[in-house]
Design a binder for this molecule. Structure first.
Ligand SMILES: C[S@@+](CC[C@H](N)C(=O)[O-])C[C@H]1O[C@@H](n2cnc3c(N)ncnc32)[C@H](O)[C@@H]1O
Length: 274
């Protein structure tokens, strides 16, 4: 049977807590204006599906100060951390154990369903997105970050990060039954669901827009969380994978170096007439 949580170990690792913190600091300053576009009611109901440690759930609760924000995830340690960190925003902000594969919310429950950095890591992402559309109110929005590991670029080096990503992304995806290129496939998934107003914007995490140390912290966390499974699923040993990540980190820290991660931020509206 398909493993519905093939990155469970990495998602629960201490390095993921660091990663989610760094990713939020890198991405949110550009993403916030994309959230501001949605014409939400004042008392909107927002779901943060696969909320992790709640990095974006609490930012959404502050951005929409009368909204109810529900974060759901399957890692209790993350949920507990989020509950204790953001207790000041309860009960408007809640964190509950729910799987995106078993969304028991009634249809048409939410004005906005957010799902960031999750869809690339699970199988059957299309089915999950269909469920997001089901639980969103007519006229409400989906806001997704579907990662794409062909949208990461580093300077040439020794070892060369291009060789790494070219080999690792498809092999890792194949072994885990996931789509690590879903950033370019999500348009088709949303179109097939007949959603409206599909927008694909990009947050540009690069060495000009984002502090080098923040960008480096993301790659360090990826290294610390993923080299073992990369060694299991690809021809790269853990040592070679570590060398590659260290090369990327050195590229980012080099004051004359340039590196970029293009992060697709995707939105779509659920039709008012169904
Ligand atoms: C990379 S983290 C992203 C966290 C958060 N969305 C953010 O942007 O900071 C992915 C999260 O998805 C969660 N996840 C994975 N499979 C899930 C599932 N079936 N149901 C709910 N959450 C899931 C993981 O536990 C992890 O916390």
């Amino acid at each position: 049977m398909t493993n519905l949580n093939p990155q469970g170990k990495q998602m629960a690792d201490e390095s993921m807590v660091r990663n989610l913190d760094a990713q939020a600091r890198a991405i949110w300053p550009q993403e916030i204006d994309l959230f501001r576009r949605y014409p939400l009611p004042e008392n909107a109901r927002i779901l943060d599906a696969g909320c992790g440690t709640g990095e974006i759930s609490w930012r959404l609760a502050e951005l929409f100060p009368k909204a109810g924000v529900a974060g759901i995830d399957i890692i209790d340690a993350h949920l507990n951390l989020a509950r204790s960190r953001y207790a000041n925003l309860a009960p408007r902000l809640t964190f509950e154990h729910h799987s995106v594969f078993d969304l028991t919310f009634p249809s048409r429950s939410f004005d906005l369903v957010v799902c960031r950095h999750v869809l690339h890591s699970i199988p059957h992402a299309d089915r999950v997105v269909a469920q997001f559309a089901r639980i969103t109110k007519p006229g409400g929005y989906l806001h997704l970050i579907p990662e794409d590991y062909g949208m990461l670029h580093f300077a040439r080096g020794i070892p060369d990060p291009r060789d790494f990503w070219h080999e690792v992304a498809p092999k890792f995806a194949e072994a885990t039954n996931t789509d690590l290129f879903i950033g370019r496939h999500i348009f088709g998934i949303l179109s097939a669901l007949k959603l409206e107003e599909i927008h694909i914007d990009y947050v540009v995490v690069d060495t000009i827009r984002v502090p080098r140390e923040t960008f480096a912290a993301i790659i360090e966390a990826w290294r610390d969380g993923y080299v073992e499974s990369i060694a299991e699923y690809t021809k790269f040993s853990a040592k070679l994978a570590t060398d590659h990540f260290d090369q990327m980190i050195a590229n980012i820290r080099d004051p004359r170096g340039y590196a970029v991660w293009m992060v697709p931020v995707v939105s779509a509206r659920v039709p008012t007439q169904t």
